[in-house]
Design a protein around this ligand. Structure first.
Ligand code: ADP
Ligand code: MG
Length: 204
């Protein structure tokens, strides 16, 4: 079972991957956006790490809710409210349980992803973070590693797509041929989850 400590370590691992890849994320956003995605997320996940260190929440749901609130208040742009909603809604779906299974998490993340789609109006194939998150949720039913692979493949599959939501959609056809920055960062979030599960020693 996955406890609050596991979720805490997931968020720290996500902060580490975002920090490592921030320049790459910003480069991707400079091609089809406004070159701020890496710096936005780096600021947000640094705030998440600081908030979790200050007062570590006692349940998985509370860890994700706190992280989501921090992202909403510090990231800005389109991705702040969307990632914030993802984590808050996933946390809410986990409720007050002291520990949850991988299947519980996959279900809850499915609710979080649905909330992102509702908030931003995007669907699969619109060249957004959803193109990594939707396949990841499905694959997490199988294993954490399958989730990581599906998210990465989903992010890579945004290259030939034309953006239909967000700032990149203003480019129309010119958005084709570039990987979506938000799908790329979403794949990092899922990679951090799988890394954490592997460090924890086995599947939940
Ligand atoms: P901004 O576009 O405001 O500068 P960011 O650069 O931080 O915000 O984030 C851009 C990413 O946000 C995009 O690559 C895309 O994945 C995601 N995004 C933008 N709009 C939407 C939306 N309506 N639904 C889902 N994801 C979106
Ligand atoms: Mg941007």
């Amino acid at each position: 079972m996955l406890d609050a400590d596991f979720f805490h370590r997931w968020m720290i691992a996500a902060a580490g991957l975002v920090d490592r890849d921030a320049e790459h994320l910003t480069e991707l956003d400079s091609a089809i956006g406004d070159a701020d995605h890496g710096s936005n997320l780096r600021r947000g996940f640094a705030a998440v790490s600081a908030a979790l260190a200050k007062e570590p929440p006692q349940t998985p749901g509370a860890v994700l809710s706190l992280a989501g609130r921090q992202l909403i208040s510090t990231v800005g742009g389109a991705s702040g409210p969307l990632y914030g909603t993802l984590l808050r809604r996933t946390g809410k779906a986990l409720g007050g349980a002291p520990a949850v299974s991988r299947a519980d998490l996959a279900r809850a993340l499915g609710e979080g992803v649905a909330a992102v789609s509702q908030l931003g109006g995007a669907q699969a194939g619109d060249k957004t973070m959803l193109d990594a998150l939707l396949p990841a949720v499905d694959a997490l039913g199988t294993s954490f590693a399958a989730g990581r692979d599906a998210a990465r493949a989903g992010a890579e599959a945004t290259v030939p797509l034309r953006a239909r939501k967000g700032r990149a959609s203003y480019l129309g056809e010119r958005s084709v041929g570039h990987q979506d920055p938000g799908a790329t960062s979403a794949a990092l979030l899922i990679a951090a989850l799988a890394d954490t599960a592997e460090t924890a020693g086995g599947e939940a």
